[in-house]
Design a protein around this ligand. Structure first.
Ligand SMILES: C[S@@+](CC[C@H](N)C(=O)[O-])C[C@H]1O[C@@H](n2cnc3c(N)ncnc32)[C@H](O)[C@@H]1O
Length: 236
């Protein structure tokens, strides 16, 4: 009988899942283009992508906005080493929660846990002097059952809670959206395919397990997209 993978084997398989994706989040190319359009309109010189993974978004931003200095940060050295060597962005292996440096715009896509959650993350962005932020993060788009809460933890219930949470930390919400179910389905199936392509029994087992789990959180776990600016920047 195949044993459920664990330890290094599990990490290798999970990495194969994320390596098969352009973005390790439910994020379409169309959304990435829209976000870059927004970023360009903010005329920033220093853009930092916290928890950038293999750096695809940072690389895309740097290619699209010549005037910006784009930094991607991740604490997994293997991901940073896999970032595009020809990228116009620069990459750093660092802990996002303690990194400091010039930062007009802070980006976090699926990385708020690195800061201990969205509240402390938005506070940290303010401390760094960021005047704008783009945050992609989990929220409940339908009532979660006990299993979902156990697996994913506490999260804002609904987009309105995301908005109020940002406002309470002194951010003005410029735009708020959520990933579509198509973005979710594409993300999940791409991740599973990356694992299945390994071809081992344990890879198949992990992909099957994730497929069964997705059936439980599909349409319940949401992913919000927040574009915000510091409230004290409103008159600028
Ligand atoms: C869900 S992935 C998202 C990756 C990327 N933002 C994307 O959209 O493709 C979360 C990333 O956060 C990184 N991460 C987690 N904790 C971190 C920390 N303390 N400092 C830096 N990066 C961290 C992980 O290594 C991972 O690459």
């Amino acid at each position: 009988m195949t044993e459920r993978p664990s330890g290094d084997e599990l990490r290798t398989l999970m990495n194969a899942g994320s390596a098969a994706l352009t973005f390790n989040a439910p994020m379409s190319q169309h959304r990435a283009s829209d976000l870059i359009h927004t970023l360009a309109s903010w005329n920033a010189s220093d853009i930092v992508d916290f928890g950038c993974g293999r750096g695809s978004f940072a690389t895309t931003i740097a290619a699209a906005i010549d005037s910006a200095h784009v930094v991607g940060i991740d604490n997994v050295a293997e991901f940073i080493h896999e970032a595009d060597a020809d990228s116009a962005a620069t990459f750093d292996v660092a802990d996002a929660s303690t990194w400091s440096g010039p930062c007009d715009i802070a980006i976090s896509i699926g990385s708020s846990h690195a800061f201990g959650g969205p509240v402390s993350m938005l506070d940290r962005f303010a401390d760094l002097g960021a005047r704008n932020a783009i945050v992609g993060d989990g929220f409940w788009m339908a009532e979660p059952d006990e299993w979902c809460v156990e697996i994913f933890g506490d999260m804002p219930a609904g987009l309105e809670a995301v908005q109020v949470g940002a406002q309470e930390q002194g951010w003005e919400v410029l735009d708020l959206d959520k990933s579509s179910i198509e973005e979710w389905d594409t993300f999940e199936s791409g991740w599973r395919k990356g694992i299945r392509d390994i071809g081992t029994d344990s890879a198949g087992m992990l992909a099957d397990e994730r497929e069964a789990e997705y059936a439980r959180y599909r349409g319940v776990l949401g992913f919000s997209w927040l574009c915000a600016r510091r409230a004290d920047e409103m008159t600028i």
